[in-house]
Structures are given as C-alpha cells and as structure tokens.
Design a protein around this ligand. Structure first.
Ligand SMILES: *Cc1c(COP(=O)(O)O)cnc(C)c1O
Length: 388
C-alpha cells in the first residue's frame, strides 16, 4: 500500500504546477536517493551549511549562501540579518527591534502576502510609490526618487520583489541602496527558470537573494536558497542554527561563520523556527546541481512533450500554447470556474492553474504531470470543459 493510501489519501493529478498547497513538485530519483542517504547519517549542521554555501556560491557567483526551509524562510532570515547584522544582542532581541534601524522600504505595488516573513523578523515596512493603474488616468509605478526620499537613519534595507515587470529596475535600486550603504533583500522565489537568473541576480550586486527550492529548482518542497554577501549570510545562519553550546567549545566553520567577528555567542535566534533538516539540505543541493546542468531549452522541451501528449489525447479541445521558460496550455472555457471546481472535486482530484480564470481561461502547467496522469486528465477535461 502506498504511504498516502495508508493515510486514506488519493494522490491528486497536479496540472497546477509546484505550488505549496498542492505539495510542491515531483523529485527526481537522484534527489530522493540523496535525501535517503543523508537521513541515514549524522553531521554537524554548521559544517553542512558551510559545504552548502560553497556549492551555492559556485552556482550563483554570490559570496555565500545557505539552504533555507523555503524562500519565505529566506526572507525572514534575510530581514533578520539586515536588522541585527553581527550584533548578538540585537539577534537575541528580535522581533523587538527597538533601538536599531528596522524600517525596510518596499515599493507599494510589490507588497504581497509573502512579505509577512519580513515583518515577522521585526521589520516595519515603509511603502513608497502610488501604482495608479486602476483610475484610468494612471501610468506610473514607483520611481527611484520616491525610494531615495524615504531613506532615513531608521532604514535597515530595501525589499525588492522581483518579477519581469518590477519597477524601478533592480540594478537602479541596488545602486541607490549602496550609495546609502543599505542592503537590498530580493524576493526572487519564482524567478527560476531562466537558469541564467542563478548568476544574473547576484551579479546585480543585490546583497541578499531568496529563491524557492520547491518550485522550479525541483528540490524538496520545504527548501530554498538565501545567497549573497558573506557578512549578511553569516548573520542569517547565526539566527537559524541551534546554538545551544558554549563559547570555548564552539568551533564553527570559518568559511561560513567568522568567530573572530563576534563578541560572544548568540542564543537561538528568530530564525530558529525556520529550522531545516540535513535531508532537505542535501536534497536541495542535489536538485540545484541538476537544475544548473540543464539548459532552459532542454527543460522547456521536456515540458512541451507532456503538453503535446495531452493535446493528442484530447484532440477536440481547442488548446493554445503559451510558450515560455515553462510552456503552458490555455483553454478558453464557457464554464471555466465551474469546470475548475468540478475537476478539483472529482476522484482523483485534478488541480489546474487558476491564474487566468478572470479571462475565462483554464491553464495547464506541465511541471508536475506524469505521463501516466495524461489519459485521465484528457478524458476529464473533455467530459467537463465547455470550450468557448
Ligand atoms: C512562492 C513564493 C514565495 C514563497 O516561497 P516558498 O519557497 O514557498 O517559501 C515567496 N515569494 C514569492 C514571490 C513567491 O512566488
């Protein structure tokens, strides 16, 4: 009996993609094998994260990096690093940020539910810009001068949520921040692929970048990467590790944690509740190697093949293809919302991407579809969807 059957669960058909609520993606056998092996032996967690840092640095060009329990955890740890820096007393105090710069500036249109993680560290978000897109008259988003005039002695960092449309550009924001000796914390959770972003984002000079490991990297569902400046990564890992030890016996790996720079040993920090296990770290690193070794064209071609098979199995349905790093099938439906719900309530449940429902479009994401899912998916779509 499968582990899920033993729990009374029927696995779903996931045409939504690697979203958290539908359990992320499907791990390759090499990743699950590495995780099983990692789980069978114990290591020092600081040493493991130092080894991870070397692998992440090799793939990103960043000075350092750690594996986190998701991009959101990376934002929490990154914000905590920007607030506390290398001061153990500040680390101990967070999320109480009294007496330290703790404002993090963010463009108003970039606010989103994930910035809860930044606020959880103790930061107060200061919004700038007026995205006046809905009035009919508006053409603007935030401009650089608006960020510049919001900088005060209370500013700790700038948060930048990266999408292909984010304004002002990351390069401009980094330049401005560095003129003021402020770090930029980038939420790049879903900005892979293109695989080139692994290197392109650190190359902008951005100080801390959070990637999700459970999305396109195809790592463990609860994994992510935080990479960037060595001192900030050191602060982040200090606020994440179990530090229930004493100063004389503490011998951290110097490539990740420079003990000389600390006046004493911090206690468990704000990020202790974003703990990550050894299996997850090893699984993420294995997935990262595989992700970095594959070209975007090869990855897209694999996904395209799944979509082509689905089209062949449902020839009556008027799919259109949306090419991209992750190609998608779009299906204009007269009953888009009802069809989505009906598919979800069926047995097994089928989850589609609801991202374009407001345009009457059902979207099929190939990333988490297995070839054996396709006949049933095709049959259910043909039975339920009324093309428009
Ligand atoms: C998915 C996502 C996150 C959270 O990533 P996790 O790895 O699930 O923690 C944060 N920010 C954005 C913009 C995302 O798309």
């Amino acid at each position: 009996m499968s582990v899920y059957a033993a729990l009374g669960l029927t696995p779903i058909i996931n045409a939504k993609g690697p979203s958290t609520r539908v359990s992320g993606g499907l791990l390759s056998p090499a990743v699950t094998a590495a995780m099983a092996e990692a789980a069978s032996l114990c290591v020092d967690m600081a040493d493991l994260q130092a080894a991870a840092s070397a692998v992440i640095a090799r793939h990103t060009g960043a000075e350092a990096g750690i594996v986190t329990s998701g991009a959101a955890a990376g934002l929490l740890l990154g914000a905590a690093a920007c607030l506390a820096r290398l001061d153990p007393a500040r680390m101990a105090r967070l999320p109480d940020a009294t007496g330290m710069p703790h404002e993090i500036i963010v463009v108003r249109s970039q606010r989103n539910a994930y910035d809860h993680a930044v606020r959880a560290a103790g930061a107060r978000l200061v919004e700038v810009g007026l995205p006046d897109r809905y009035s009919g008259a508006g053409i603007r988003d935030a401009e650089l001068w608006e960020i510049a005039t919001a900088i005060t002695p209370a500013t700790a960092a700038i948060l930048y949520v990266l999408t292909p449309r984010s304004q002002p550009s990351l390069a401009e924001v980094v330049e401005l921040a560095h003129q003021h000796r402020l770090p930029v914390l980038v939420d790049a959770a879903a900005q892979l692929p293109p695989v080139a972003n692994l290197r392109a984002l650190p190359a902008t000079g951005a100080d801390l970048i959070a990637f999700s490991g459970g999305k396109a990297i195809n790592g463990p569902q609860g994994s992510g990467i935080l990479c960037g400046r060595r001192d900030l990564i050191m602060s982040a890992i200090l606020q994440n590790l179990d530090l229930d030890l004493d100063w004389p016996s503490w011998n951290p790996p110097p490539t990740l944690i420079d003990k000389q720079r600390l006046p004493g040993l911090p206690t468990h920090g704000i990020g202790r509740s974003a703990k990550i296990g050894k299996e997850t770290i090893v699984g993420l690193l294995t997935a990262l190697e595989l992700f970095a070794a594959e070209s975007d064209a090869s990855r897209a071609a694999r996904h395209q093949q799944i979509l082509d098979q689905l089209r062949q199995l449902a020839p009556e349905l008027p799919f259109t293809l949306r090419p991209g790093p992750v190609p998608l099938l779009l299906l204009a439906a007269a009953n888009a919302r009802q069809a989505l719900v009906e598919l979800q309530n069926g047995h097994p449940a089928i989850h589609l991407d609801p991202g374009a429902l407001d345009q009457g479009l059902l979207r099929i994401n190939p990333t988490c579809l297995r070839p054996e899912d396709l006949p049933l998916l095709a049959a259910r779509l043909q039975a339920i969807v009324i093309p428009s």
